[in-house]
Design a protein around this ligand. Structure first.
Ligand code: FAQ
Length: 323
């Protein structure tokens, strides 16, 4: 055997050993930290997921942000302002978590602004009336919480820790949304009709938020193997449906699904088919508001250049002062 072949065998043995150690750590419930050895694919999957998640939080400020100036009372305006501001903070935590894996902020933002990065399908739909603020808080934040509670236990330390804080804030977001929906459902017939109309529009896109069906989810197997996801897209979606349907029915609200029924054998609420063609179209850039959302982000970034310049100048001055 030649030296080069022996080197290759040695390298493979080392790599196999590292992978076994890495998987044993995950099996023991240890967190993987930024400086630790990790497979290239683990790093790639995390950067993909965390950066998309960060973009979702930031783009997610836009649909509700549009209603800040039109909130019906000072109290509601303050609540909404706080919520939208929280989403910006969530974006920051998440971009930082992705940076610990070697992704730079510039690369991530460039991917968002050029349209090559994904962000949650849900934020490509318009907010047409005030009830949408309640329904986003109630349904969309609840869907996000279920997903993120799982991610708070994921194997990558910085992502898991960011999720703990984010989930606490999302719980407040859900409660304010649920409170608004309850008030409107118990308000005038016009208010009730508004909130029902809003649920009709947001129901199916919210179910799509959990991702494609397990049979069509290419990333799930590797994410589950390495403890990033511990539940599948369909499992989380079903948990959401089972929890939300009785709550909506208690408010005499419905979802726009003639096939919805309760299956006593599985104890699940079963929905009709989800329009996955719509989902794929929306996440590939062809939803009702994709263009508008991206334009808003690109413009905000351009208009914020002076803040970045000022921060960079301050950082330069600090480093000169300390040399
Ligand atoms: N939207 O193989 P899978 C929030 C893509 S935060 C767009 O199943 P995976 C807070 C997926 O990227 C909401 N694209 O993918 C808030 C993949 O494409 P790729 C965001 C989606 O990663 C509330 C392809 O489809 N939360 O709402 C979506 O295993 C209110 C195949 O799919 C997170 O990002 C989708 N819904 O599972 C803010 C949580 N689903 O990348 C403001 C972290 C799938 O290969 C107001 N992310 N795709 O090109 C996750 O948990 C996962 O990434 C899933 C998707 C579950 C979203």
């Amino acid at each position: 055997m030649y030296g080069a072949e022996i080197d290759e065998i040695d390298q493979k043995a080392v790599a196999d050993h590292q992978l076994r150690e890495f998987e044993a750590r995950i099996a023991r419930g240890e967190k993987i930290e930024p400086g630790d050895w990790m497979p290239t694919e683990y790093r790639r999957q995390l950067v993909r997921m965390i950066s998309q998640h960060a973009h979702s939080e930031v783009v997610g400020m836009l649909p509700e942000g549009a209603w800040i100036t039109r909130a019906p009372s000072l109290r509601r305006k303050m609540i909404l302002l706080a919520k939208v501001q929280d989403e910006a903070g969530h974006g920051q935590y998440l971009y930082h978590a992705a940076e610990t894996l070697g992704a730079t902020r510039e690369e991530m933002l460039e991917a968002l602004h050029s349209g090559s990065a994904k962000y949650s399908n849900i934020f490509n739909y318009p907010t047409l009336n005030w009830a949408d603020v309640g329904v986003i808080g109630y349904l969309v934040d609840f869907a996000a919480i279920l997903n993120q509670t799982m991610l708070a236990r994921c194997s990558y330390g910085p992502y898991a820790r960011a999720m703990v804080r984010i989930c606490a804030e999302e719980n407040f977001h859900k409660k304010q949304g649920q409170d608004l929906v309850i008030r409107m459902a118990q308000g005038t017939p016009h208010q009730k009709a508004m909130v029902q109309d809003s649920i009709n529009r947001w129901w199916w896109p919210t179910l799509m938020m959990f991702g494609p069906p397990d049979s069509d989810s290419p990333n799930s197997p590797v994410l589950k193997r390495w403890g990033i996801k511990t539940k599948t897209n369909d499992e989380l979606r079903q948990t959401f449906i089972n929890e939300v349907i009785p709550e909506l029915h208690a408010l005499e609200l419905s979802v726009p699904d003639p096939d919805l029924h309760y299956d006593p054998q599985t104890e699940n609420w079963v929905t009709g088919p989800i329009n996955w063609d719509e989902f794929w179209r929306v996440i590939q850039g062809d939803g009702p508001c994709n263009k508008e959302r991206l334009e808003a982000r690109v413009n905000a970034h351009a208009e914020g250049y002076w803040v970045r310049d000022a921060l960079a100048a301050y950082a330069r001055k600090q480093s000169i002062d300390h040399t």
